[in-house]
Unconditional design. Structure first.
Length: 426
């Protein structure tokens, strides 16, 4: 009998690793910032470079790019990326239908028009053929999101963007450290953006970053995130401001604090080992879950050499689950595991948090107003994924092999007894 019907669950909440993690070194790093007298990039020079500069150098090296500009969060990284590329009013930015709302809202926030296109059913990432079909004379950029433990087919997508002269922003909020054809995620497009939110595999609670190999874009992004200022080229006197008012471009305040930078430096030291651990467990789950009728792991493009995981996603075909869809299946798995299992994001056209027509700031004229209305967009592949896929957080992948076996057992149990699952209300 299923746990949600009164049976014995496969596992309990106590077995799963917690996230985020910290060590005594983490606490020492935060204490050092507290004692330093420099808590912000806009603080006075204290005799040493900022933690933010230190993190930027380390993360750029890790990603294989010469430039990294830290930001307040992943959304602000997307905004400064679009602004650095000079994307603006009336221009179009192609975004995937299955994603968090940030890529679309970032486009709106530079007065551009998000153009929502469907995803690849195998990877759940942006479909390059759908991108090709959506390109118009207004299109300026594509934001491609590496989603749920997979990556975009970048070879196919780059063939489209290069043919049409479009900029590519890789949204790597869910793919820190993935490797595609020998290059880290984020280093392949014009700009790569990252979120360091609490749930991400590299986290400072809130935070973000943008990486690029283009020195001009990096210079613009540094000013765009710091009210038009950037670090002075000469060493200031102690107590003197460390920033220079360059004002080549008007910016905003999207700066990362020194406490957040210290957390990121600390976490970056653990990232590779954690990524390897999660990837090994994900490969094991892929193999074992694929043996259960109707359970289909998410695919990766063939040139992905290392896949990292923010969530682990899998498709549960309704025909093999007595017609049940992901909301009902997720509840059953949650009850068996004591682990939050849930459907993927609602597709952007019907995402409850994507409501651009509730804000007058986006009412730039009748044509623009109509163009940003998400109700006019149809994305059948993303709609199907939202009904059939279930996901859980990467922290579970930091468990041991016995924990992965418990996940497999729970899926098998729910599949066998799927007729017992209450059908969700419409």
């Amino acid at each position: 009998m299923l746990a949600m019907r009164g049976g014995t669950p496969v596992s309990s909440a106590e077995r799963w690793p917690a996230w985020p993690v910290h060590t005594q070194g983490t606490l020492a790093a935060l204490a050092a910032v507290a004692r330093s007298g420099r808590w912000s990039v806009s603080g006075a020079w204290t005799g040493r470079i900022t933690r933010e500069q230190e993190f930027a150098a380390l993360f750029a090296e890790y990603c294989g790019t010469p430039h990294c500009v830290p930001t307040a969060n992943g959304t602000s990284a997307l905004v400064v990326a679009l602004e650095a590329l000079d994307v603006g009013a009336g221009e179009e930015v192609i975004v995937p239908a299955l994603t968090w709302v940030a890529p679309a809202t970032a486009a709106l926030n530079v007065n551009a028009r998000p153009v929502i296109v469907d995803v690849d059913p195998r990877t759940l990432c942006l479909d390059p053929d759908a991108v090709r079909a959506a390109v118009t004379k207004r299109t300026r950029a594509v934001i491609g999101v590496h989603l749920y433990g997979s990556m975009i087919d970048l070879d196919a997508l780059l063939s489209v963007t290069r043919a049409h002269g479009l900029a590519l922003i890789e949204d790597c909020a869910q793919s820190h450290g993935s490797v595609y054809a020998g290059k880290r995620a984020g280093s392949i497009g014009d700009i790569g953006t990252f979120s360091m939110h609490q749930g991400k595999v590299l986290t400072s609670g809130e935070g973000g970053a943008a990486i690029t190999s283009d020195a001009g874009l990096a210079r613009r992004m540094e000013q765009l995130r710091c009210d038009g200022r950037r670090y002075a080229s000469r060493t200031p006197r102690v107590g003197e401001t460390h920033l220079r008012e360059v004002a080549e471009v008007q910016g905003s305040n999207y700066c990362l604090s020194e406490f957040q930078a210290a957390l990121l430096i600390d976490g970056l030291g653990r990232l590779e080992a954690q990524n390897s651990h999660r990837a090994a467990n994900a490969r094991y789950l892929d193999e074992k879950l694929a043996a259960i009728p109707g359970v289909v792991p998410i695919a990766h493009p063939p040139r992905v050499e290392l896949q990292t995981y923010y969530h682990y996603a899998v498709r549960c075909e309704p025909d093999a689950f007595a017609g049940r869809t992901s909301p009902a299946i997720s509840r059953a798995l949650d009850a068996e595991l004591g682990l939050w299992v849930h459907p993927p994001y609602a597709p952007l056209p019907r995402h409850p948090l994507y409501r651009p027509r509730t804000k007058r700031r986006y009412q730039l004229g009748p044509e623009h107003w109509e163009a940003i209305d998400p109700s006019r967009v149809h994305t059948p592949v993303a709609d199907r994924a939202s009904r059939e896929c279930v996901v859980f957080h990467h922290a579970a992948l930091l468990g041991e092999r016995a924990d992965m076996d418990a996940i497999v057992e729970a899926f098998a149990k729910v599949q066998r007894a799927s007729g017992e699952i209450p059908i969700e209300e419409k």
